[in-house]
Each structure stands twice: as structure tokens, then as C-alpha cells.
Design a protein around this ligand. Structure first.
Ligand code: PMV
Length: 325
């Protein structure tokens, strides 16, 4: 039977990937580092059938829109190439989020799709090969193959064969709390793909990003190695702010922050002034992730949940890599 199901968790970048050097192969300008989370994931089933004349994509029990269906089909073309087959597939994907948070998660989506589709065709890819494949659906997906703390080395080659993620520390070796804070959001964000392109092409600050991101990455890895939360938090927060600063310099400027984003950021600074070690990171949208030590997570939760723009908070911890179901 040409059918398989896989589950992948999403991940949050501690040192961000921002900017592509190759749009088609999803090759990044810089290396990055993430934690795979335990609470947000995608479960995907892929079934190849000889009688189909096109791919069919179900997302959260509804037939997906054209743009998402096209992305899935283009991704499956890579898989069909690898297996030298031309069958189409029925793909059904469920994005599991504990609240109606609506976190877009291309990272878990393409990691699960890479695993399920290749298993369905009996391709037997190892994790490295899966990471390279998942990357070609969404860059950050290459990190979601693995659990725990994961580095994505940007690589040098033009064919992308060395642009691959690997685990630097398993999920159980250092427990941290990552509070995923959803704030009121009305505006539609600029998709990360467009935001990156505009930043690389027009922001005068982008060179500053490229000149310092490797140092940030080294500091973060060293902090993880010696389990120093304070120095990890500092570099993580600074790196996220620096990424957003590059976007403010783009033409036209990109600002993902909203009132709630500032509110959470300022409250985290306030918590720090009271001696609680907490730090933020923010991706291409208004929501905020707050990092703290597990012993502080309730205090941080109780403080932040009272803020006017905060809709809900999910407390996450480091999660596992791919699983097959
Ligand atoms: O891979 P994408 O298109 O989901 O882009 C990810 C961009 C950031 O989330 C902002 C940073 C990152 O490294 O995940």
C-alpha cells in the first residue's frame, strides 16, 4: 500500500533564519538555531493512487485553497522525482494547536509531508535526507525533523546538499519553558517569503545582520552547551530584535509588531527588573514567545495573561522529532 502517516512538531528559532540566497532551493543567507516545541504539530497522511490525475489536498478536514494545494503539489513533484514515479496523491493534513490560535506552521507541515510522502513510496530516507527535502517546502521545516535543540547550517554548495539541519542537544537534556503568547491580530502579515526578499534587496541594515548573526549563533550554542539560561536569553532576544530592525529598514518598511507585541515585550522587561529571568523572541507576525526557566513559568504566565491584548498562552517545552503513526 502506498500510504503513510507522519507527525512533526513545529519549532521556534532562537537565532533566526532571515533571507534566502536561492529562492528555488530555499537556501538561506545565514545559519540558524531552534527549539522544537511539544505542543504545536502537524499530522499528515499521504496516499499515492495510480488512478488519480492530480493531487488532492485536505487541510483540517476541508479541501485546501489553490495556493496551498499548488505548494503541496510542487513539493510532491520533488518526491516523485526522487522515486521516479508519476502517481498523484491524496494528502490530508491536520494542524493541531491546543487553542484556536491559528499559528501558521509551515515548519511542521512540510516536515510531516516530507516524512509521510517518502515513506508512502518506500524511499527510506535518513534524517539528513529528510531535512534537505523538507527545506524545499519551507526553510524552517528542515529543523522540525529533529527534536530538542537544532542547528541549520546554511551550507555553501549551489545544489543545497550541504544546507541541512542536525540536532545539537536532545529535548530531555535541558528543559526550558517557551510560552507562546497570542495577541490580538487583525492585519494580514506580509508572508515570510516576501518579507525576506524585500529585506535582502532593499534594507541597508541587512549587511549588519549578516556580519553579526554567526557570532550570535556561537554565543547561543555556547550558552546551551553550558546550560546558561541568562546568556542564552540575552542573545536570543537581541537576535530577534536585530532581525526586526533589518525589516524596518526595508523599502517599504515591514513592521510585524502590534500593540500587543509591545505590551508583552515591555512586561517581560518589567519582570526582568523584578529579578525574573525571561526573554522574548518574535517571528514574522505579531505573536510573542517568552522564554523562561521551568520554575518561573507559572509566575510569567500569571503576569502576562492579565495584559489587555493577550488572548491566550500555551506553555510549551522542548519536543521530539518526527514520528511515524
Ligand atoms: O521558513 P519560513 O518561511 O517559515 O520562515 C521562517 C522565518 C522565521 O520564522 C522568522 C525565522 C525562523 O528561523 O524560523
Amino acid at each position: 500500500m502506498m500510504k503513510a502517516t507522519a507527525k512533526a512538531n513545529t519549532n521556534i528559532a532562537l537565532i533566526k533564519y532571515w533571507g534566502k540566497r536561492d529562492e528555488k532551493l530555499f537556501l538561506p543567507m545565514n545559519s540558524s538555531l531552534s527549539i522544537t516545541l511539544d505542543k504545536f504539530y502537524t499530522i499528515t497522511t499521504v496516499e499515492f493512487r495510480k488512478e488519480l490525475d492530480k493531487d488532492i489536498f485536505w487541510f483540517n478536514n476541508k479541501q485546501a485553497n489553490k495556493s496551498d494545494s499548488n505548494k503541496v503539489s510542487r513539493f510532491l513533484d520533488n518526491v516523485r522525482n526522487l522515486a521516479s514515479v508519476n502517481f498523484h496523491a491524496v494528502v490530508s493534513s491536520e494542524n493541531v494547536v491546543p487553542t484556536a490560535a491559528g499559528f501558521a506552521s509551515s515548519a511542521s507541515a512540510f516536515a510531516a509531508l516530507a516524512a509521510a510522502s517518502t515513506k508512502a513510496l518506500d524511499l527510506k530516507l535518513n534524517e539528513k535526507e529528510l531535512s534537505i527535502l523538507a527545506r524545499q517546502g519551507s526553510g524552517s521545516a528542515c529543523r522540525s525533523i529533529y527534536g530538542g535543540y537544532v542547528e541549520w547550517k546554511k551550507g555553501e554548495r549551489e545544489d543545497g546538499k550541504d544546507s541541512v539541519a542536525f540536532q545539537i542537544l536532545p529535548e530531555h537534556d535541558w528543559n526550558l519553558s517557551i510560552l507562546s503568547v497570542m495577541v490580538a491580530s487583525s492585519q494580514k502579515a506580509v508572508p515570510s517569503r516576501d518579507g525576506m526578499k524585500r529585506t535582502v534587496e532593499t534594507s541597508p541594515f541587512y549587511n549588519g545582520w549578516l556580519q553579526t548573526v554567526d557570532k550570535d549563533l556561537e554565543k547561543a550554542k555556547e550558552a546551551i552547551r553550558v546550560r546558561n539560561f541568562e546568556s542564552l536569553g540575552k542573545v536570543v532576544e537581541a537576535n530577534a530584535l536585530k532581525m526586526h530592525a533589518t525589516m524596518l529598514g526595508a523599502e517599504p518598511p515591514i513592521l510585524y509588531w502590534q500593540s500587543g507585541t509591545f505590551e508583552v515585550f515591555q512586561e517581560v522587561q518589567e519582570l526582568r527588573s523584578q529579578g525574573i529571568s525571561a526573554f522574548v523572541t518574535i517571528d514574522a507576525g505579531p505573536n510573542v514567545k517568552v522564554l523562561c526557566m521551568p520554575q518561573d513559568e507559572l509566575k510569567v504566565y500569571e503576569t502576562i495573561i492579565t495584559l489587555p491584548h493577550v488572548q491566550n498562552i500555551t506553555i510549551c517545552h522542548p519536543g521530539s522529532g518526527l514520528t511515524y503513526i
